[in-house]
Design a protein around this ligand. Sequence first.
Ligand code: GRG
Length: 304
Amino acid sequence: ERVQETLPDVFDFKAYMKSKAASVHKALEECVPMRSPERIHDSMRYSLLAGGKRIRPALCIAACELFGGTEAMAMPSACALEMIHTMSLIHDDLPCMDNDDLRRGKPTNHKVFGEYTAVLAGDALLAFAFEHIARDTKGVPSDKVVKVIAEVAKAIGPQGLAAGQVVDVANERNETVDLEMLEFIHLHKTAALLECSVVSGAILGGAADEQVEKLRIFARCNGLLFQVVDDILDVTRSSEELGKTAGKDLVADKATYPKLLGLDKAREFALELKQKALAQLNDFDKAKAAPLYGLTEYIASRQN
Ligand code: GRG
């Protein structure tokens, strides 16, 4: 208990995330340079460099470093994960899916570049992500790189992101979405890519299989926690600033944890997920795992 209480003082999670975000941003700038055809590169770079939190790349690097690997070993995979995350947001914002005009405070990709370019920029980011891992990962045995490629592909394919998205979009107006379906959507849409970020980093860093599996559970719990907290914040935020958020019609009919469980039970569930996540870290070096402890704390206590 003492250790947990003192960790936030000795480890500055915000500073860690800021510094990893900066090195990831620089690497992304370099690996997706402006070239011909300008239209697609411009569109890819517009969303890729728009200033996301870089949670997935940071997790990949942190997990690699936990096992004695270096930032450089993980960087191509870290960048690839951000490319994939970005393409999923570009496609998610399209009129045929969420139809959003704004993302990260800026007009969405298709609003700026048009629909066909947004679709193609997403496709290009997805393909280039794999090219980048396969070609540019250095200092890691090739069997590990192949494992990472399989993990990433699985996380976004028909048993991953795409599965979560299709079930989500297909049930947008369905008022009978239950807990099981809600969990399926979040585990696939959000947790799968977070899970594969941690797992990929661990593999690249040289983790043993059972260590990889602990981190897999750790990441999955964090992914679900992210969504439960999101749902709770939606409720508490809109009751605090009634009026400001009243225009958000999508929140009204969508299934959420507070809606299905009640606010108290949703909070309890969040606490359980947090504890289950942290329990997976017990056997690791506390100092080296500090970024992972920090991440769970950050996700659990996020206020906006
Ligand atoms: C991957 C082939 C393939 C298709 C994509 C469109 C789609 C299928 C999936 C959509 C997935 C989606 C939009 C998930 C939401 C994930 C999520 C929690 C986004 C918010 O993540 P943050 O907070 O965002 O990390 P920033 O802006 O900081 O990067």
